[in-house]
Design a protein around this ligand. Structure first.
Ligand code: PEP
Length: 252
């Protein structure tokens, strides 16, 4: 089965109105018609409205970097799925390793956010991945499987018909230490196999992105691996030329 490549920009807590304006002036025209793949940009919450406007005449999707599990309520500092939909979001990142490690989001929290996203009509981009210590003691598959299990148990495997997984080894995020294509492919194949043990059709259709120091000069080699269906890109997504080259490298 041919899966459409997807490249996602995660701007984290970066950006300013003027910078976004100049980025978009160069980025949108540089992209092409997006006939063969998809691109989604995830800015900080406060810039969603600006991006919603800027992306209106393009085929680029808009995503958020997190979503709360409730629709509304006394949850200071949080944002819900209906709110994100109102600002044109189609996608939302859940379970990014920075949320897990810096903000204490547990596997159960991540599953609740994933479910809220799907119920609210958003495509969750579920991040999973091991840290350096886990890789060193060969616990990568155990860690990734446990992260997936909580979501599969609570949301059901069918929820992955409308979800994306991002394999992001924590030791590769923002470090410049990209996983080799072979290392990434091995984990992607494991994830797809694990999905297949629950539902083969879901496993074949679910896109699994790689994230962790993706750059213009390693995108093509990562994209050549059979189970790597795109990328979640942090740092390099903020340099227009690099991000365009990454999108091209993944064939979008
Ligand atoms: C990320 O934060 O999801 C990420 C992959 O960052 P970077 O590309 O900078 O490693």
């Amino acid at each position: 089965m041919k899966r459409k490549p997807l490249v996602v920009a995660n701007w984290k807590m970066h950006g300013q109105k003027a910078w976004i304006e100049s980025f978009m002036r160069e980025f949108a025209p540089g992209l092409g018609p997006l006939d063969h793949g998809e691109v989604v940009v995830c800015p900080p919450f406060v810039y969603l409205a600006q991006l919603q406007d800027a992306l209106r005449q393009t085929h680029v999707g808009l995503g958020a970097q997190n979503v709360h599990s409730a629709e509304q309520g006394a949850y200071t500092g949080e944002v819900s799925a209906p709110m994100l939909r109102e600002f044109g979001c189609s996608h939302v990142i859940v379970g990014h390793s920075e949320r897990r490690t810096l903000f204490g989001e547990s596997d159960a929290d991540v599953a609740a956010r994933f479910i809220a996203a799907t119920k609210g009509g958003l495509v969750p981009l579920l991040c999973v991945g091991e840290n350096a210590a886990e890789r060193e003691c060969s616990a990568t598959e155990v860690r990734v499987r446990s992260q997936l299990d909580v979501v599969i148990e609570r949301a059901g495997i069918a929820a992955f018909n409308n979800a994306v997984i991002a394999y992001e080894p924590v030791w590769a995020i923002g470090t410049g230490n990209t996983a080799t294509p072979a290392q990434a492919q091995a984990v992607h194949a494991f994830i797809r196999g694990y999905l297949a043990s629950h539902d083969e059709a879901v496993a074949l259709s679910t896109r699994i992105l790689y994230g962790g120091s993706v750059r213009a000069d390693n995108a093509v080699r990562l994209a050549a691996e059979p189970d790597i269906d795109g990328a979640l890109v942090g740092g390099a997504s903020m340099a227009v030329k690099d991000f365009l080259a990454i999108c091209a490298g993944f064939g979008v």
